[in-house]
Design a protein around this ligand. Structure first.
Ligand code: UDP
Length: 242
């Protein structure tokens, strides 16, 4: 990777310049962080696994009508994507109580929700990504009401598609975080990544954690875990529309 091409360095990815000014290259690093960067490690090959997993998931979502920034996978670590202006919100969907929600509300991890819960938090490391409500996001001018509602609708569709996909490989989609951005034509696209770094997946029969909680909570080897997820997804072959 040529350092001179770096537009931006995030916790787990670089954004690199491409030959086309409307496109960027997303480079998946091996860095792992948790608790807003307090716990850090470099885990050889994690970036390769997340690039491959994100590629499969984004292709599946695109086939099923979701607009994303993904254009093509260039190599083990890089994807060509549309250049976007990110909406500075983390969109979280929860199907089962876990993580920060369990702590904040004193609800037992594993409690099934009667319907998916949408959360948004303001992307700001210094403030620890504070949780917002819709009025905060709209009133502060972070996003228009119309665009926020569109993102929520897309998140619900993505949730339904991915619940089915993961169910077919015996995994429960507990929760996930996604991001959206505007391309040059002002279309809202799903951006960033979808990997076990930004979702929770539990094995259906054993409830074993198969995601970044393995790293956060020192539960085992993250590479072995992510490799199993990749192999299960690859085992589906060419994933058809559902
Ligand atoms: N998440 C993420 N990035 C963040 C915060 C959360 O990808 O900065 C994901 C996390 O992996 C989980 C979901 O969003 O799948 C909900 O996370 P939660 O709010 O429970 O926070 P955590 O327990 O991860 O601190």
């Amino acid at each position: 990777m040529n350092q001179a091409n770096v537009i931006y360095e995030g916790k787990a990815k670089y954004l690199l310049k491409s030959d086309n000014e409307d496109e960027v290259i997303v480079y998946f690093k091996d860095d792992a962080t948790a608790f807003n960067g307090v716990k850090k490690d470099n885990i050889a090959s994690k970036g390769i696994l997340n690039n491959k997993i994100t590629t499969i998931i984004f292709k599946y979502l695109i086939k099923n009508g979701i607009k994303t920034h993904y254009l093509k996978t260039l190599n083990d670590r890089e994807q060509l994507c549309q250049k976007v202006t990110i909406i500075p919100l983390e969109f979280i969907n929860r199907n089962i109580v876990a993580g920060s929600m369990a702590k904040r509300l004193g609800v037992e991890e594993g409690t099934k929700l009667t319907r998916p819960i949408k959360e948004i938090s303001y992307k700001c490391d210094e403030l620890n990504d504070p949780l917002l409500n819709d009025d905060h996001a709209i009133g502060l001018g972070i996003v228009s009401e119309e665009d926020l509602m569109y993102c929520y609708e897309e998140m619900l569709k993505i949730n339904n598609l991915l619940i089915k996909l993961f169910d077919s490989i015996n995994l429960i989609l507990v929760d996930f975080k996604i991001e959206f951005g505007f391309n040059k034509d002002n279309e809202i696209l799903l951006c960033d990544e979808f990997s076990p770094d930004n979702c929770r997946l539990w094995e259906k029969d054993t409830m074993k954690k198969m995601d970044k909680d393995v790293f956060r909570r020192d539960l085992g080897n993250i590479i072995d875990t992510y490799t199993i997820i990749l192999e299960k997804l690859e085992g589906l072959g060419e994933i058809e529309n559902v």
